[in-house]
Write a new protein. Structure first.
Length: 498
């Protein structure tokens, strides 16, 4: 059977539309598969592969797309980050490598310019002063690189540009995209998963940009979820929040469970979750369960703020449950990357010599990045100097993964537990700059990570950032099924979540 015969009507319309399109894709609705089919159709229509370009905000997503493009057998198609394309355009135009400052160098410059302001770049005037300083010094950072590249006179007429995860595009990237507007645009993403407001990302700004520069763009949807079961989608739809609406999510999977639990204190919460996870793993005969045992890697423990699940992580470790902290691993990898870059730039060691001392994890990542950048060492090093932690977060296969909701974006598991579902954490109102629209999307992301069941837990009193949260379960979750768990001192047997 031809693979295209398996496409849903929604996917087929996307593949067959020959104009600018904006694809609103629900969670697990086959976005990447549809994108690949769209590329296949362009090639079948005789479009030159060198005029097909795939762009993404993150190095991680670009690498994954490159792997899928290679696996599909497509040759000559360029996959890159926005910054990677800008790097190539600037280098080709000026016939030299751009002098890019890394994260540490930027901080030192900002400290000299604004010694009393740790968030100077949030002030437009101070941001301008910083950029002027870089320009006078013959330096660039990744944001100014986008700006300078957008000013290079080039025409993209006849090009076909795919933008994956369009909901993550920052204002600086939008300015860069203006220079590409003569191309045909295929934008894919889920606006309900836009959770990077702290980076300046704003959905209304993206919509205004598209209304202005691509006024005839066709709005299409992918609403059939292959991942999330019916009950999960039903609950998640209540937390959609974007300027574009996807009506009527549909699931190809029946069932699904959403259930919450509240406890007197964190110790009881951690103990209960420990026993429930053991039950999932087949390690306890607590009660008869219809669920088959699953592996640790198929369970996510999520939290809005990471320190909330510290006690749960400790209880799991004491019990011998395999656990993993992908974000801690990412921090370790970032340190390794900075050491690698220092060796290359300052110790004048060869790339091969420096990489010999790297961990197996970093060696594997570097191999993938080299494929992405077509073995362009200078370009790869430029990216490594500005590597973001989110590009280094990967779920571990050897344990239950503990993740912040932000780091879980783009990932999936069979069962998801959200720890810390109290008022004050969901939504997060501990700080003064809360965006309630974005907080709704954060909860939407948490819910749609699961392929099966979603559980949430709250306690009557939790201390976070030296503040005591004592209002109990979040008002956003009180209308969902939940029950209070009371410890029975005389009982030997503990009820499981199931």
């Amino acid at each position: 059977m031809d693979l295209e015969e398996r496409l849903t009507p929604e996917q087929r319309e996307i593949v067959e539309t020959n104009k600018d399109i904006l694809v609103l894709a629900g969670p697990g609705c086959g976005k990447t598969a549809t994108l690949i089919h769209k590329i296949k159709r362009l090639i079948e229509q005789g479009k030159p592969p060198e005029k097909i370009l795939l762009l993404s905000f993150s190095l991680k997503t670009s690498t994954e797309l490159k792997e899928k493009i290679v696996k599909a057998g497509f040759k000559g198609i360029r996959v890159d980050t926005f910054h990677g394309l800008a790097y190539d355009l600037w280098r080709e135009y000026h016939q030299r490598e751009p002098k890019l400052v890394d994260e540490r160098e930027s901080k030192l410059i900002l400290k000299r310019l604004f010694p009393k302001d740790k968030e100077a770049l949030k002030d437009p005037q101070k941001r301008r002063i910083f950029y002027d300083y870089l320009e006078k010094s013959g330096l660039l950072d990744f944001d100014t690189l986008l700006l300078k590249a957008s000013q290079i006179p080039l025409s993209y007429r006849g090009f076909y540009i795919f933008i994956d995860e369009f909901q993550d595009i920052s204002p600086d990237m939008l300015e860069f995209i203006k220079s590409l507007r003569e191309a045909t645009f295929y934008l894919f993403g889920d606006p309900n998963q836009s959770i990077y407001g702290f980076r300046g990302v704003d959905l209304r700004t993206i919509k205004t940009f598209l209304d202005s520069y691509k006024p005839n763009i066709k709005l299409l949807t992918l609403s059939n979820s292959f991942r999330c079961p019916e009950e999960i989608l039903k609950v998640a739809s209540a937390f959609q929040c974007s300027p574009w609406k996807i009506e009527g999510f549909r699931s190809l999977k029946k069932g699904g469970c959403v259930m919450g639990y509240s406890f007197d204190n964190e110790k009881e919460e951690a103990t209960y979750l420990k026993r429930s996870v053991l039950n999932l793993l087949g390690g306890l005969g607590l009660e008869q369960s219809s669920h088959q045992s699953i592996s640790p890697k198929d369970i996510f423990i999520l939290a809005r703020v990471k320190r909330v699940f510290e006690l749960v992580h400790s209880e799991f470790s004491k019990e011998g449950i395999p656990v993993a902290l992908p974000e801690d691993k990412a921090i370790q990898l970032k340190g390794e990357i900075f050491s690698l870059v220092d060796n290359l730039l300052h110790n004048r060691r060869s790339f091969e010599q420096s990489l010999k001392e790297a961990s197996s994890s970093l060696k594997s990542l570097v191999k993938n990045w080299m494929e992405l950048f077509d073995h362009d060492y200078d370009k790869m090093i430029a990216h490594l100097k500005k590597i973001d932690l989110s590009d280094l977060v990967f779920p571990q296969v050897e344990g239950v993964n503990f993740l912040s909701i932000h780091s879980a974006k783009g990932l999936e598991a069979e069962v998801v537990f959200l720890v810390g579902a109290e008022e004050g954490l969901i939504p997060l109102t501990l700080f003064s700059d809360t965006s309630f629209e974005e907080e709704r999307r954060v909860l939407y992301v948490a819910l749609t990570r699961t392929k099966r069941d979603f559980y949430f837990s709250a306690v009557k009193g939790r201390k976070v950032f030296n503040r005591v949260l004592d209002k109990g379960l979040s008002n956003w979750l009180k209308d969902l099924p939940h029950r209070e768990i009371k410890r029975k001192a005389s009982s030997v047997k503990q009820t499981s979540l199931f």
